[in-house]
Design a protein around this ligand. Structure first.
Ligand SMILES: [Zn+2]
Ligand SMILES: [Zn+2]
Ligand SMILES: [Zn+2]
Length: 272
């Protein structure tokens, strides 16, 4: 026990960044910090903001050793060895008025689970689609919308193609697919919003899953350009992140439906 406490104290003291590792089959998340491994409950997809916040406070308290909200500190109850590794239950005595306390969190979690069980799949998907739209609107406040019908059709084709060639998805999406799916165009792995955040941080650190060449390739005309405009395509719960060259970007915003419809009409009349 004292060894375990010392290892934790050491990990906290060194200020090691906790790292998200994977999702277990039951949906729990595996995190590591220093030589310690943590099994933490995941924030369920579609959780209301209060519940999400409470769960994150609870998780951060375990990963940092102290609760930000009520200052309670981590204790541990050693319960034995798992595969030769010492295992303990983390115990944090949150104050009653802390959002992360058992008294506040558990009833919320139960209500959320009951509500989700009694909701139809269609409704859950509708809610996930709406949440995805709101997320994009919030993250990209200044947007220029695709207006060209041709580009709209291209977007749908691109989604089909991306789904066909993608080979992986994060554990959260495997456990619960009714949430936002993010992908960097050119990559083959889908991410939930949380894992997309981690991936974005990795990309910012210079660890991109795609080649530099692909990074500078317009996703529409496939030419390599030094400057690409960011492209975010949302179709239902799917969000494709990529880039468009200036020519394609401009064309995507042109409304050229009217003259084309006229031309088509003229052709059809001609054939009759
Ligand atoms: Zn607390
Ligand atoms: Zn994920
Ligand atoms: Zn282009």
């Amino acid at each position: 026990m004292s060894e375990l406490k010392a290892a934790l104290a050491d990990a906290y003291a060194r200020g090691d960044d906790p790292k998200f590792r994977s999702v277990a089959a039951n949906g729990d998340e595996i995190w590591s910090m220093g030589t310690a491994l943590f099994v933490l409950p995941a924030v369920p997809a579609g959780a209301p903001p209060d519940l999400e916040y409470a769960l994150r406070v609870r998780r951060d308290a375990i990963l940092s050793g102290t609760c930000d909200e009520c200052n309670a500190s981590l204790g541990a109850d050693l319960f034995g060895r798992l595969g030769g590794v010492e295992a303990a239950t983390a115990i944090i005595a949150h104050r009653r008025n802390c959002p992360a306390s058992d008294e506040n969190l558990f009833p919320q979690l139960r209500r959320f689970r009951e509500a989700r069980e009694s909701t139809s799949t269609d409704e859950i998907l509708d809610a996930a689609s709406k949440a995805t739209r709101l997320m994009v609107e919030e993250k990209v406040p200044v947007r220029r919308m695709i207006r060209s019908k041709k580009f709209e059709m291209w977007s749908r084709r691109l989604l089909d193609e991306t789904l066909a060639v993608s080979t992986g998805k994060c554990g959260h999406l495997q456990v619960d697919p009714a949430q936002t799916w993010n992908i960097l165009l050119g990559d083959t792995n889908w991410n939930c919003n949380q894992c997309w955040e981690y991936q974005s941080q990795e990309i910012a650190r210079g660890n991109s899953p795609i080649s530099t060449q692909e990074d500078f390739t317009c996703d529409h005309c496939r030419t390599v350009k030094e400057n690409l405009e960011p492209l975010i395509l949302r179709i239902g719960t799917f969000v494709l992140h990529g880039g468009l060259c200036q020519t394609c970007s401009k064309r995507s915003m042109e409304t050229n439906e009217k003259p084309r419809r006229k031309r088509n009409g003229a052709k059809r009349r001609g054939r009759r």
